[in-house]
Ligand binder design. Structure first.
Ligand SMILES: [Zn+2]
Length: 462
């Protein structure tokens, strides 16, 4: 038996674009098939030719639904991938929402570009709605913690990772070797999601770990959010929260409801201004009602009939017209909108509208990548560029880190500690600082061999 080879086709020198290929000479297994997201230069990689023949990939194992893990699947299908895509029930459900939105976003952007340069040709998109529809037929739902044969003599087991609804880490057994892919690892303190599952104690030849927060620790308690919300209410203006549509929005609503229930804050009108968030929240509600394994049992019990995400005055703004109404609202309110890094989406219009007023507060609750508008705000920019003009930042900018759904370096290390010592650890899904910091800790604290892999290079699993 020849040793399997792993190749990192993304998330090797950046946080996004998770695409890992493992082959045993006969079969090619792909773990995650994500989109690159970030600065223009990184985004452009999505349009580059895929480095291997798409039709030669036999199966995809999908750790979770986030775009940087699932977003390239329709392109792969469009270009010849014929195999099955294995994932959990809620990964399939949320991926559907995310991929449809992604196709829509590309069409809108392409049309805009087309108008700008007045081209006659069809707008160029990586994939469209039909490609998404076709790719959804490849999805196969699996049960967590059950070992399944994904190809002849190739096995995979998915475990809960506690990062978002449906998220998993995956153990792949191929050509006599055992590889663990952490996917995105949750922190074990998610307010309503269970997990991450304890790692298996069986022998592992390689661990492929994320390192989003590999150089950081989150010490702040979740109540930081309450403190900021209270201060924002006292400031008298409205509150704008850029939030990822998947999971972060639910976490914020859950926390707001807790604060209202505890009478820490009054019940303000809360607007969810993201059609995608509105769709995803339904899946979260369903999972809680059905008390699936993803959900903490005590939460499922408590919220059998009560809506965990509605503190009393929740309204989802689904159409563009409804979204525009928010510009004229004078009553103090909370707007939760996407994208989480304020790089696009409806949040940009709200920032334009709300940033110039010193009474307003913008609360940043997520990871802000290099080059994002969110990072500029986080770093105290006095003005930001929106729609070709400069907008003065007069509003108060608050930063709450405690919402992270990624394990920090302490949490990754203590989770890894439970594993039987693997032969090697590959550190992916981080910016170089995070990768290097985690590499150093794995080497010195665990005494394990830790590698920061190079993009596209092949590594035989020893
Ligand atoms: Zn993720």
């Amino acid at each position: 038996m020849t040793a399997p080879i792993i190749q990192f086709l993304g998330a090797a020198d950046t946080v996004t674009g998770s695409r890992f290929l493992v082959s045993d000479g006969n079969y090619k297994v792909m773990i995650d098939c994500g989109m690159f997201q970030g600065e223009a230069e990184i985004n452009e990689r999505n349009s580059e030719k895929f480095p291997i023949d798409e039709a030669s990939i036999d199966v995809i194992l999908l750790s979770h639904a986030h775009l940087d893990h699932s977003g390239y699947i329709p392109a792969l299908v469009k270009n010849g991938f014929k195999g099955k895509i294995f994932c959990t029930e809620y990964t399939a459900k949320i991926a559907e929402v995310i991929l449809i939105d992604s196709a829509h976003l590309q069409m809108t952007k392409a049309k805009y570009e087309e108008n700008k340069i007045k081209r006659e040709a069809d707008p160029e998109v990586i994939y469209n709605a039909q490609d998404v529809e076709k790719s959804l037929t490849h999805f196969n739902v699996i049960k967590v913690r059950e070992r399944i044969e994904v190809l002849p003599n190739i096995f995979a087991t998915f475990y809960l990772s506690g990062h978002i609804l449906g998220s998993t880490y995956i153990v792949l057994e191929i050509a006599g070797k055992s590889l663990l892919f952490t996917g995105d690892l949750g922190r074990g303190n998610h307010p309503f999601l269970a997990g991450p599952d304890k790692p298996p104690t069986t022998h592992l030849d390689a661990v492929i770990t994320e390192s989003t927060y590999g150089d950081r620790t989150h010490d702040s308690p979740i109540s930081d959010f309450g403190v900021e919300i209270l201060a924002a209410i006292k400031r008298g203006g409205s509150i704008l929260i850029p939030a990822f549509a998947v999971d972060r929005t639910e976490e914020i609503l859950f926390e707001l409801r807790k604060l209202v229930d505890a009478k820490v804050i009054p019940s303000l009108p809360i607007y969810i201004d993201s059609p995608m968030a509105d769709k995803v929240i339904r899946h979260y509600r369903e999972a809680i009602t059905n008390a699936t394994l993803d959900i903490r049992p005590e939460i499922a019990e408590e919220f059998k009939v009560i809506d965990p995400f509605d503190p009393g005055h929740l309204r989802a703004m689904t159409s563009t017209e409804e979204s525009k109404l928010l510009n004229d609202i004078t009553e103090q309110s909370v707007i939760v909108s996407a994208s989480g890094m304020a790089t696009g989406g409806r949040i940009v219009y709200h920032l334009e509208n709300m940033l110039p007023d010193p009474k307003n507060t913008v609360i940043l609750v997520g990871f802000q990548a290099r080059g994002s508008r969110g990072l500029q705000l986080q770093q105290g920019a006095e003005k930001v560029r929106i729609h070709q003009s400069w907008v003065n930042v007069q509003a108060h900018i608050a930063n709450v880190e405690s919402f992270s759904v990624h394990a920090d370096s302490n949490e990754i290390i203590s989770w890894l500690k439970n594993l039987a010592r693997p032969n090697e650890v590959f550190i992916v899904h981080g910016e170089l600082e995070g990768q290097e910091a985690l590499q150093k800790r794995i080497q010195t604290e665990l005494g394990w061999k830790a590698i920061i892999p190079m993009l596209a290079k092949e590594y035989p699993i020893a």
